[in-house]
Write a protein of this length. Structure first.
Length: 652
């Protein structure tokens, strides 16, 4: 399956400029699923509409209907309002798969020409057929009717769904030849446009012609029949979801008996006159409420939107859409994308839980590349925790905020994943010092949790389980730990002086003073240095003594020795600001030693000690150690794993 590697937006809706100047304009997905939090007004929905516009371009009947979205002279354009008329505007999506990738684009170039390779493109059309876009507005339209009106879903089907329904049967052209088009949207388009092209007598349609009889007695009834069959099919899937997943006590029903599409209807009161118009069908939605206290006639709810609350109506809308999605065709080597924008906004917590279980199930994860967009911080955190509990890989998390360029033009801001330093700089630039300090605290906690072993980051609380240590403890633990590794702690010691500001951003009397800003600048400088440190886990503890390392030494006679050992603790290294590796001193189990020059038999050791002490014992036994620091070699140069030097492993 093809997956999106990156999405690039150039002067499209809220995204101003090009990715070369505005790095956030290129969103790297690297074929993974995405959970994105975007505060209101940050441009989150621009991503949704960019992908929607992109895939929809494959089925536009005229190329000009794509170009209008990027033409500054067209009132339907989707260009960024701050872009100059000849600035490039477009959407570029890079797909990737094991068998290779492809780049598709919709662009208006600076010379006013267009670069569009999605129009009538097989790959893009197949991706559209296998994908879906669902947002809160779509779900609400299922029940957005007046109390006096029944629910009629045909308009929604016409706009959003018919294009995805494959009737697996082609319609006939007016001349009787079979077309090659089988999708419901193709059928409906032919019906809407075809009735205008029927033969006429003066100004009236000629009813006795072969074309009219075929259109009236075959094409329209066949379309209605195929649509009814599809509705009956998805009803079963939707009701299964409502019963098994949402645990609801009602089921839906489409009143298929009443669905009809009429062309050339008789005018009331005028027996011989017809209107020559096409009257669209209606798709009435009803609910059967299976409650023991209701009599059978009272179980049918003709107007569900007047009886059910918003959460249950949204559950119905989702069940219908997911049932339709389940019936999409699977096309080899195509992309299947599921984009959800504030999907669960009107659901209560119990329904949100159930929908998340569905979306994160194997059937969805293995079928779609999922993009979940939300402006609800609580839902973002809930969803992120759920994903991290279930998956070790396959997801990336991003946050999106309102920002502006150096010249004051609004644009999105997407900080690096789990890196709060950029956010701190953003708020510092906007003179919101407490907000900047708050994100510096988050970044300080994040970087220490990366640099420190787990046991130096967490502690157990009776009522909460394992929780992160206080910032003061994290700073102390890092300074002590890094010093023990042989690292230079001088560049980081002053962080201790700023801990009170980090713990309480409003602790200063004057949070707008130059002194306050200078402290924040100092913290940023320290954190930038901390971010230059790199951790490498060289090996994990090994209870079975199977993950063997080798230590190579030479005795006083020049003979070479190989000493085998395994780890009883995690072996970690931190690369300092000068590029030197500072290594931990793990507990090890020294197994054997062997004179490889003489090819003698291995001698068992069986000594569990710290690596440094074990190396000292080896040097003593080989008579090359007379004092504590005599003849000590760099362990990175004499420790090997699978034939590779430790220094090569670290730098590799």
């Amino acid at each position: 399956m093809q997956k999106i590697k990156s999405i690039t937006l150039r002067n499209f809706k809220y995204f101003f400029g090009k990715e070369t100047e505005q790095a956030q304009n290129k969103i790297e997905l690297d074929k993974q699923n995405l959970l994105l939090y975007g505060e209101n007004g940050s441009g989150k929905s621009s991503i949704y509409w960019a992908l929607y516009t992109f895939l929809q371009s494959a089925i536009k009947d005229q190329r000009s209907k794509i170009e209008k979205y990027f033409d500054p002279t067209n009132d339907q354009n989707l260009r960024n309002r701050f872009a100059q008329p000849d600035d490039e505007s477009g959407i570029i999506v890079e797909f990737s798969a094991p068998s290779g990738g492809t780049i598709k684009e919709l662009k208006r170039n600076t010379d006013r020409t267009y670069s569009i390779n999605t129009y009538q493109d097989t790959f893009t059309e197949r991706a559209l057929i296998g994908s879906d876009f669902i947002n809160y507005k779509f779900l609400s339209k299922i029940y957005d009717f007046r109390n006096s009106e029944p629910i009629d879903l045909f308009e929604m089907f016409e706009r959003d769904i018919l294009m995805f329904i494959d009737f697996e049967e082609a319609y006939k052209e007016h001349d009787g030849t079979l077309s090659t088009k089988t999708y419901a949207s193709d059928w409906w388009k032919f019906i809407c446009e075809g009735h205008k092209k029927l033969p006429k007598n003066t100004n009236k349609v000629a009813e006795r012609t072969h074309e009219y009889i075929q259109f009236q007695n075959e094409t329209i009834p066949k379309f209605v029949g195929l649509l009814k069959s599809f509705l009956i099919d998805i009803t079963k899937g939707a009701n299964d979801l409502l019963e098994k997943e949402f645990k609801e006590v009602f089921r839906i029903k489409f009143d298929t008996d009443s669905i009809e599409c009429i062309f050339n209807k008789r005018i009331d009161g005028k027996n011989k006159q017809k209107d020559g118009k096409l009257h669209k069908p209606k798709i009435p939605l009803q609910v059967i409420f299976n409650h023991g206290s209701l009599t059978e006639p009272n179980k049918a709810i003709i107007k569900p939107h007047t009886f059910l609350n918003e959460a249950r109506l949204t559950a119905i809308a989702l069940a219908i859409r997911l049932s339709i999605l389940d019936r999409r065709p699977t096309i080899p080597n195509s992309a299947r994308i599921l984009v959800l924008d504030d999907l669960l906004l009107s659901l209560d917590m119990s329904h949100r839980d159930k929908v998340l279980d569905i979306l994160l199930s194997d059937s969805f994860i293995n079928t779609y590349q999922i993009l979940i967009l939300t402006h609800d911080r609580a839902f973002y955190n809930m969803c992120k925790n759920r994903i991290q509990d279930r998956f070790e890989t396959g997801w990336i998390f991003k946050e999106m905020y309102q920002h502006q360029t150096e010249t004051g033009i609004p644009c999105p801001f997407i900080p690096e994943q789990s890196n709060y330093l950029d956010l701190a700089k953003k708020y510092l630039k906007e003179f919101d010092y407490p907000a900047s300090a708050n994100y510096l605290r988050k970044e300080t906690e994040r970087v220490f949790k990366y640099l420190l072993p787990r046991n130096l980051c967490l502690h157990f609380k009776e009522d909460k389980g394992m929780v992160t240590l206080q910032l003061d403890n994290l700073i102390s633990n890092f300074l002590k730990y890094f010093k023990e590794l042989g690292g230079n702690i001088e560049p980081f010691k002053k962080l201790k002086e700023h801990k009170d500001l980090l713990l309480n951003p409003l602790s200063h009397d004057n949070t707008e003073s130059p002194i306050y800003r200078r402290e924040l600048d100092n913290i940023i400088e320290i954190l930038e240095k901390l971010n230059q440190l790199k951790v490498h886990t060289i090996g994990m503890d090994d209870d079975a003594d199977q993950n063997i390392f080798e230590l190579h030494e030479t005795d006083t006679t020049g003979d070479n020795w190989v000493i085998e050992f395994t780890l009883k603790e995690i072996y970690r290294g931190i690369r300092d600001l000068n590029g030197n590796w500072c290594l931990s001193n793990p507990n090890c189990h020294f197994l054997t030693k062997q004179n490889t020059t003489q090819n003698t038999a291995k001698v068992s050791l069986g000594t569990p000690v710290k690596l440094g002490q074990g190396y000292g014992n080896i040097r003593h036994s080989l008579k090359i150690k007379t004092h504590a620091d005599d003849n000590i070699k760099d362990l990175k140069e004499i420790i090997f794993k699978d034939g590779q030097k430790l220094v090569q492993i670290l730098n590799g």
